[in-house]
Design a protein around this ligand. Structure first.
Ligand SMILES: C[S@@+](CC[C@H](N)C(=O)[O-])C[C@H]1O[C@@H](n2cnc3c(N)ncnc32)[C@H](O)[C@@H]1O
Length: 199
């Protein structure tokens, strides 16, 4: 399958992944007060619902996407959000942040990447997540065992992601998610990974 041209998809308005809101699992993490203050990153944020959901006066929320159209859609829909919101139109894999991030939220980003980009995803996460901070992955479409062979979205599961992060992240918890966007029932799993302190 040819890699997706994300910028063209956005320009053409072909965005079937866009559920129009943040997933309930993210609200669940906020209700638990699990997401810290400080610097928060949402790679492949698309229309940026999750940026708005995460916005708080004591946070700097950074969204990254390849598409200027996605950024424009975000700006059209949101103004007056609390805290600092930065929407960078750039490539996640070359994005630099000397300060690093206190929390990273990946929903429908890892699964959207070509399988041969997964090692680079892992290297970039290791570079951007501060020691002791959490990478939260809401895995969709979750399959265990994986039987689907087509993507995106590529079917994924905890073991698959673990293989890419376990050298640098400790698994904190994994939970099946009951409340999902319509049509995604039974296919989301929330897995939280803590970046190990560097030696
Ligand atoms: C499946 S969409 C999910 C968007 C959003 N997370 C959502 O749930 O609506 C994947 C997004 O990742 C973006 N993307 C793909 N590769 C990227 C890269 N290398 N750097 C930054 N964004 C990328 C695409 O433009 C697209 O908006």
């Amino acid at each position: 399958m040819a890699p997706v041209d994300w910028q063209e998809a956005w320009k053409a308005g072909i965005t079937p992944w866009d559920a129009g809101a943040s997933p309930p699992a993210l609200r669940g993490l906020l209700d638990r007060d699990f997401v810290p203050a400080g610097r928060v990153l949402v790679p492949g944020c698309g229309t940026g619902y999750d940026l708005a959901t995460l916005a708080r006066p004591d946070r700097e929320v950074v969204g990254i996407d390849l598409s200027e159209n996605a950024r424009a859609a975000f700006l059209d829909a949101h103004s007056d959000l609390p805290g600092i919101i930065v929407y960078e139109v750039t490539d996640f894999f070359t994005y630099e942040s000397a300060a690093g991030f206190d929390f990273v939220w990946d929903y429908t980003f890892f699964c959207a990447l070509d399988p041969d980009q997964r090692a680079a995803w892992s290297d970039t996460m290791k570079r951007l997540v501060k020691p002791g901070a959490v990478l939260a992955t809401l895995l969709f479409p979750f399959e265990d065992p994986i039987t689907g062979t087509e993507g995106p979205p590529w079917p994924i599961n905890t073991g698959l992601v673990r293989g890419f992060v376990e050298d640098a992240f400790e698994e904190l918890e994994a939970a099946d998610i009951e409340q999902t966007h319509p049509g995604r029932e039974g296919r989301e799993r929330l897995v939280l990974w803590r970046r190990r302190q560097q030696p």
